[in-house]
Design a protein around this ligand. Sequence first.
Ligand SMILES: [Zn+2]
Length: 250
Amino acid sequence: MTVTDKLLRVYRVDRKIEGLKSRLRGAERFLGQQNDQIATLEKRATVIDSQLRQLRAAQAESEGEAAQHEEHIAQLRERMNSANTNKEYKALLAEVNTFKEKKAELEAASLEMLEKIEKLEAEKAEIASQSDERAKVKTIAEGERAARADEIRDQLEALETERAELVKDVPATALSTYSELVERLDEDAMASIEIADRRRHEFHCGACMMLVPVEAMSSLLSHGSITQCPSCGCILFLEEQDREKMMSKK
Ligand SMILES: [Zn+2]
């Protein structure tokens, strides 16, 4: 078995391991999304609470002031009843009108605030129900993640053991080249050579699709040493049926 073949066995096991882990990652991502949404809802609820506190205080103040004006107006009216001159009466009436206006303004402002309070309370209730909903989904997501983790544990362990065995067969330099490529290219660390045109010696890298020189193909066919794509750097290999095709033509 050539070095490339030995490395390919490791690569294929790695793909399986990644496939299993990605299932877990999907469940983890979903759980993370629930947590993010819950955090966003909580943040909004906190903002609403503080707005409500301010509005309620301001509204109570307006109401209190309006009541004071009302009292004052009642006192003025009494004085009007006992006014001695027309001039005095008119002055009192003018004052009554001024306070009536002030009171009306306060009442209008108070009403506006009450409406805002109502809207915010409705929003808060809506957020509370969304949070409840999210909490339920989160529980499901947690269960899902735990189930996925359980599900893959045995398979993962078996694959890790298999990998450890296979790795023993691979020369250290080849393995370190491979590890660096996995860091950089992930699943494209290895790729098959695709035969575009056998007669014209047109071969493509299965990862980047760039042309692969004939020398790379012949090196793989002859001794299977580590052969990297000149464009993307991935380690090239030949699928079994392609190797047979190439050999039969030679
Ligand atoms: Zn390439």
